[in-house]
Design a protein around this ligand. Sequence first.
Ligand code: ADP
Ligand code: ASP
Ligand code: MG
Length: 410
Amino acid sequence: MYNAAEMSIIVQKYGGSSVADVTKLKHVADRVMRTRREGHDVVVVVSAMGDTTDDLLDLARKVSPNPDRRELDMLLTAGERIAMALLSMAIRELGGESVSFTGSQSGIITNDRHADARIIEVRPVRVQDELARGRIVVIAGYQGMSYKREVTTLGRGGSDTTAVAMAAALGADYCEICSDVDGVYTADPRVVPAARRIGTLSYEETQELAESGAKVLNAQAVEFAKEKGIAIYARATTGPLPGPDPSADGTVVRKHPPRMPGTVVGVASEKDVIVIELRDGGAAPLLELLDRHRVSGKQLHAAGDRLTLVVSRENLHEEERVRTALASRFGDAVKVIDTLGATSVVGAGINASFENVRRGSAALTSAGIDSGAVATSSFRITWMIDRSRIQDAVRLLHRTFLEDQPPPVP
Ligand code: ADP
Ligand code: ASP
Ligand code: MG
C-alpha cells in the first residue's frame, strides 16, 4: 500500500518555453530523470509547447471573434495534452517508467467557470497509484474537470496552479516551478537589465507581484500555496537541481518573517488592460453585466455614481461582445479606455506613510510620464499610465526604489 509519509515527493512544473521544441523537451526529460535518481518520487506538470496556447487562441479568433468558452477549453487543453504525451515518451526513451495523465485523469476538480476555472478539489488517486508502482507521473497543466464532468482550463499561466494544487494534495516536499528565468527578480529582467534575483519571498509579496503582472509565477498558484503552506522553488530549467540552500540559485517562496516594513521588493507592470469608466447609470447593473460575461476586474473604484474598473485582457475572450453589451446598456455613460497600462511597486507596509507614493509620482512626473490615476493597498502602489511609456516607467521606478539611495522626498 502506498504510504506518502515514507516517500519524498517532488512536484516539478515546466513552462512552455522549457518544452518549446524537441531538444528542450529531451533536456527536461533528463532533468526529471536526475531528480528521480536522487531518490524522489517525481510528478511533472507540463505546459503547452512554446506559443501553442497563443496559436490555438489565434485560430479560435479566426473562426469566431467571441469563441464559446466551453469550446475554447476543449481546444486549449489540447496544447498541454500534446506536451504531456511527448514528455512521457522522452522520459521512457531515457529508461524511465512514466505515464501521462490529463487534468481530469489526475483528479483535478474545478468549478464550471470555463476558460478561468478554479480548482475546488484534487483527488489524486490515480497519480498516487502510479507513484506506488514506481512510475514518474506526467500531468497536463492548466486543466481540470468540472463537477459536471466538463473539461475546463484554469486561466492563463494556470499550469503553475496545477502544480501547486497537486503538491498540496500529494503532501509533496516542495513545488519546483522551472522556467526560462532562474527565479523571481526585482523586475522583469527582460525589461530592466539591472533587476536582481530575490532569494526569498513571502507568499504575500509574491502574490502581489504576480497580480501586478510579474509573469514568472501565477497569482492563483501562489494563493493556493499560501493556503496550503506549500513551499515554491522558482528555478531555471537549465540550472542545477535544488541544493541544500535553494535560495542561493533560485527563489524560495514560503512563509517568511516580515522584512523591514516599508521595503519595496519589486516593480511589475501589466500592459494588456482595459479601463471601464461609468459616469452614471449605477454600479450594480454594470457589475451584473460583467459577471454575466464572466469578466473579472482587477481594481475597482466607485464613488457616488462614478465607477472605474481595470480589467485584464488575459482571460477576456469575448471582448467584442462585452463592448457591444456595455454600449447598448449604458450608451454614452460608459467609456472603454484602451490606451493605458498599470505599473506597480510592491512591498509589505510600503504605504504606512505617503512617502513612497510621493517619491514614485515625483519620479514619473520629472520624467514627463503622466500618471492619471494612482491606487494603493497595504502591499502595493499602482500608477495607471500611457501604455507606450510602461517600460520607461518600470525602469524608472526600479531605479528610484531599488537602485538609487532614496533621494529626499520633495
Ligand atoms: P513559463 O513559460 O515557464 O511559464 P512565463 O513566460 O510564464 O514562463 O514566465 C517567465 C517570464 O516571466 C520570464 O521570461 C520573464 O521575462 C518574465 N517575468 C516578468 N516579471 C518577472 C520577474 N519579476 N522575475 C522574473 N521573471 C519575470
Ligand atoms: N499554456 C497555458 C498558457 O499559456 C498555461 C501555462 O502555460 O501555464 O497560459
Ligand atoms: Mg507561466
